[in-house]
Design a protein around this ligand. Structure first.
Ligand SMILES: Nc1ncnc2c1ncn2[C@@H]1O[C@H](COP(=O)(O)OS(=O)(=O)O)[C@@H](OP(=O)(O)O)[C@H]1O
Length: 547
């Protein structure tokens, strides 16, 4: 009965094809584990279908059918999140539920810093996927142009941001950019619709893509984005994620007195204090980014995890894994009805090897306990990820598509990159392409092949443009007059000049007038009014002092 309730609600709330794509994963799970023998009862379970184009043709996917005997974890969604936020208390434990879950999914969980290829890390081949070829064989899906990407921290999200920026920029789509030329949607404040430039003033008629760092709040996001919007995000194994976080955010109050991650984890409560600024980076950061607070009165971490998972499942169509970045890009491409060229990328925001630590097995265990909520969320979506792979044609097909994607990246590497790969920031020749540096991490960048000219140069330049520079350029493109006024008020004519030249190179054919029309921007400077409405974020944050 409970599952039936979930599915009925799920169907009512998720009428769009994209929502069906998400919901169908549960049909598949349900069918595999609770209802029928493998591969015997597809048609009995189907009540409808939607199509997704992909590299190999069309696959048919299913709409869930209400059924009677199981229920995905939790269903309180955002209501639960609000309850949590009221609570000042904090607790953690690794209960038996956590242990059990861990064992169940161990095979699917990659080792820390593991970005090995599909063949090396996947468990034995699962049963054949349930998607079926469609007989009429004509690709009929429409590329999705309304997208929300929840940019989680230290999860390869800057690389995905670059993919979305290039896609939207080349098609003149409108981004829901942070107001006042900020680079983030006022993170770590919980997202509010007026954080988006042009929302409050009603100067933008329709937004296509929202993808800058925010702390998720679905009701507010829905005020900005249309109903049919596709929501996705990416997770990373909390173990490798914490290793990255500790180096990158070494200067936050929780970490800065510790000499090593080992010292911190030996007695975390000695250093961690919920009243310290930026403490959210130190514990269960994934859950925080999705809008949850760590800890709640009367609810154990098992319950918290169920609530978080339920909220994520309710609001997101697809959850990717950074350990399986290429596989993730194939899933994304298929879900969005995009092409391989749309999702090819270079790794951005990557540390050099000298700023990486090797973790002791004991440290790995402690990270999982310390970040138990994130760990449980990760395990859950690690499992659903592979079910989605099955649904999208199975692992053999995934391997083939990943091979094609790698080939495209290798080709672009040869064409675009001077050294054939990433270099330390001190080696980046064009300072406008220097990646933002923070904490104890050394973040690598790229040098463009100097012989490039014309459209291929632009393509290569876009691929290696770091987040802050690209965000500034898009803001300039969408809001030229506002940018101009803000630059004037900040008395920074030189940087304006630099940004304008970059924005022209991004899209030289779009005139200022056309940009104004596209953005629907009124000419008045509403920045002063904004100053009153927006949370007071230290000026340095606009340059991501704490990214
Ligand atoms: N394509 C791809 N595949 C796998 N991993 C990748 C990829 N692109 C970026 N990365 C790694 O992601 C880390 C940076 O994450 P973010 O860009 O989300 O960081 S940030 O929160 O925006 O600062 C950073 O991890 P660390 O190097 O461990 O810090 C990057 O190396």
């Amino acid at each position: 009965m409970k599952l039936s309730f979930f599915f009925r609600n799920s169907i009512i709330m998720k009428q769009s094809a994209t929502k069906k794509f998400f919901s169908m994963r549960f049909t598949h799970e349900f069918k595999k584990t609770h209802t029928t023998p493998q591969g015997q009862s597809d048609s009995a379970l189907l009540s409808g279908h939607s199509q997704h184009r992909d590299g190999g043709g069309i696959t048919e996917t299913t709409t869930p059918v209400p059924s009677a005997d199981t229920q995905p974890a939790g269903s309180a969604g955002i209501t639960g999140r609000r309850l949590w936020e009221k609570s000042p208390s904090h607790s953690y434990s690794q209960g038996t539920g956590g242990q059990k879950t861990t064992e169940t999914f161990t095979k699917r969980t990659p080792a820390p810093q593991d970005t090995r290829s599909l063949g090396q890390t996947l468990p034995p081949q699962p049963p054949q996927a349930t998607t079926r070829p469609v007989s009429h064989g004509v690709a009929s899906c429409q590329p999705k142009n309304h997208i929300v990407f929840l940019k989680t921290h230290k999860t390869a999200s800057s690389t995905i941001l670059n993919i979305l920026y290039r896609y939207g920029d080349s098609r003149n789509l409108t981004f829901a950019l942070p107001a006042l030329r900020h680079s983030q949607l006022f993170y770590p404040m919980t997202f509010a619709a007026h954080f988006v430039e042009g929302f409050q003033s009603k100067t933008v008629k329709e937004y296509n893509i929202m993808c800058n760092h925010m702390r998720f709040m679905p009701e507010e996001v829905k005020k900005v984005m249309p109903e049919e919007t596709f929501y996705f995000s990416i997770l990373r194994n909390p173990v490798s994620m914490m290793e990255s976080i500790f180096i990158y955010y070494k200067s936050i109050a929780t970490f800065h007195k510790t000499r090593s991650l080992e010292e911190f984890l030996a007695d975390p409560w000695k250093f961690y204090n919920t009243s310290l600024p930026n403490n959210h980076y130190a514990k269960n950061l994934l859950a925080f980014d999705f809008g949850f607070s760590d800890g709640s009165i009367g609810s154990d971490e098992e319950t918290q995890a169920k609530l978080a998972i339920s909220m994520i499942e309710k609001n997101f169509d697809l959850i990717l894994l950074s350990e399986y970045f290429d596989e993730s890009m194939i899933l994304l491409k298929n879900a969005l009805c995009w092409t391989l060229d749309d999702v090819v990328s270079f790794k951005l925001n990557s540390r050099n090897n000298d700023s990486r630590m090797k973790l002791h097995p004991d440290t790995i265990d402690k990270i999982k306990v310390w970040n138990l909520l994130d760990w449980k969320i990760y395990l859950h979506f690690n499992a659903t990820f592979w079910r989605t792979v099955d649904l999208m044609g199975g692992q053999e097909r995934m391997k083939q598509e990943v091979a094609m994607l790698k080939q495209k990246r290798e080709q672009l590497t040869k064409t675009c990159l001077l050294e054939g790969g990433a270099v330390d920031p001190s080696q980046v020749k064009d300072k406008d392409l220097s990646p933002f540096q923070y904490g104890a991490a050394v973040i690598q960048g790229y040098n463009l092949n100097p012989e490039l000219k014309g459209p291929i140069r632009k393509q290569c330049l876009d691929l290696i443009t770091p987040e802050l520079q690209y965000t500034a350029a898009l803001y300039e493109k969408q809001f030229p007059q506002l940018s101009f006024n803000q630059h004037l008020s900040q008395k920074q004519p030189a940087s304006r000049k630099a940004t304008i030249s970059r924005s022209r190179s991004l899209n030289p054919k779009v005139s200022t007038e056309k940009r104004l029309a596209q953005g629907g921007l009124r000419q008045q400077d509403h920045s002063i009014r904004h100053q009153k409405i927006f949370p007071k974020v230290p000026p340095t944050r606009s340059l991501r002092s704490v990214p």
